[in-house]
Write a protein that binds this ligand. Structure first.
Ligand code: SF4
Length: 201
């Protein structure tokens, strides 16, 4: 269990760096997300790895909610989208993340992220809300792509993945990744309990 906790702490440290990098770029380019917007959280396919979800799984375990959350996720296996998103408007455009501090890698680059196109040049992946709300800043950001390249999504992913290639091997729908992370934590907790019991006996 201690190994999982140490690994989770390292993931969280990288999460902090990624969040800072992306927030700084959004701020500098005038492309900050509107308060309370949940557009990205409504995408039907938000991917994460088991490693991505480890901090949340441990957090839920520490709160005594690992089994109940697992049961909820297993009861609704076909559900698409993110089960941690709480809608605050009818169309779901307004809402909040109920696990913001433990959100996975992809959620930390929502809004504006860089990628390389087929010619190897930096390109921008931006949500439609930001394009509509900040058309001038968006145009200027496109013009400055070479001189002020955006932080690359692949780099953020690599930073996290390299901490444990086994747990970051598969990109899964976010709810499946959380289920697997919870199972891993619960298994490890059970195993540690048995090992401690045997030592005492
Ligand atoms: S984990 Fe949070 S930020 Fe990520 S999609 Fe779900 S609700 Fe949105």
């Amino acid at each position: 269990m201690q190994r999982l906790r140490d690994l989770s702490r390292r993931v969280e440290a990288v999460y902090g760096e990624i969040a800072d990098t992306y927030a700084r770029y959004q701020q500098q380019r005038g492309l900050t997300c509107p308060s309370g917007c949940g557009n990205c959280c409504q995408y039907p396919s938000i991917d994460a790895t088991v490693l991505d979800m480890l901090p949340l799984a441990l957090h839920l375990f520490d709160q005594g909610k690992a089994e109940s959350t697992l049961a909820q996720l297993e009861a609704d296996p076909a559900s698409s989208g993110c089960p941690m998103y709480q809608r605050l408007s009818f169309d779901g455009m307004q809402g909040q993340c109920t696990v913001y501090a433990q959100r996975p890698t992809l959620c930390r680059v929502f809004g504006v992220a860089g990628y390389r196109n087929k010619h190897g040049q930096p390109s921008l992946s931006t949500c439609k809300v930001l394009k509509q709300q900040h058309p001038v800043a968006f145009e200027q950001t496109l013009i400055a792509l070479e001189s002020d390249p955006p932080p690359m999504l692949t780099l953020a992913k690599q930073q996290v993945d390299q901490l444990d290639y086994d747990l970051s091997r598969d990109n899964l729908p976010i709810s499946q990744a959380l289920q697997k992370a919870l199972l891993k934590v619960l298994f490890q907790a059970g195993y540690s309990e048995v090992a401690t019991g045997q030592q005492i006996a």
